[in-house]
Design a protein around this ligand. Structure first.
Ligand code: GNR
Ligand code: NI
Length: 172
């Protein structure tokens, strides 16, 4: 298991559409282990494979607050089956958009079908933070970032800031 570096906006890879996984084998499980390590180290509550540069439809997540009781979740090829019409606003952040936060409105509950760590088919009813986080991660699989839901002006201000930070990091 190892901690990988997380890609940050602007980066073309983050805009790529991730490809479905054909079967969950050793390679996929190794990737999920590395993703989980990377997510915990960041720290974050979710991570999509593309955030470490791998365009596969794989997500890891852990929304438990308790450091001692880890509850890792793995989602391979997730599909949203149902989403609630009711929406909630949640203050979102993203490891690929460092230090930026914004209120984003999404369906407050959804049902998703996916394969788990063992490649077994699962159906999950999610609400609250879990639903928000799953939808945020599934956006990554389509090359979408939460800042895409903001006004053009707000988005371009954030991207400008991130580009500046990148240049500074290269200098110092
Ligand atoms: O760590 C994260 N926190 C978070 C908070 C609110 C809504 C979504 C998230 S996901 C984010 C980690 C991340 O960037 N996953 O892609
Ligand atoms: Ni994110």
């Amino acid at each position: 298991m190892s901690v990988k570096s997380i890609l940050t906006e602007p980066n073309k890879l983050l805009r790529q559409i991730s490809k479905p996984v054909e079967s969950v084998g050793g390679e996929e499980r190794k990737l999920m282990d590395d993703m989980l390590d990377t997510m915990y180290a960041a720290p974050g509550i979710g991570l999509a494979a593309i955030q470490i540069g791998v365009p596969k439809r794989i997500i890891v997540m852990d929304i438990s607050r308790d450091e001692d009781k880890k509850e890792p979740r793995y989602f391979v090829n997730p599909v949203i089956k149902n989403r609630n019409k009711e929406k909630v606003k949640y203050e979102e952040g993203c490891l690929s958009v460092p230090d930026q936060f914004a209120e984003i409105e999404r369906p407050n509950a959804c049902e998703i079908e996916y394969l788990d760590y063992d490649g077994k088919k699962q159906l999950l009813k999610a609400d609250g933070l879990l639903a928000t986080c799953i939808q945020h991660e599934m956006d990554h699989l389509e090359g979408i970032l939460f800042i895409d839901y903001l006004s053009k002006l707000k988005r371009s201000m954030i991207i400008k800031k991130l580009s500046k930070n990148k240049v500074n990091r290269e200098i110092f």
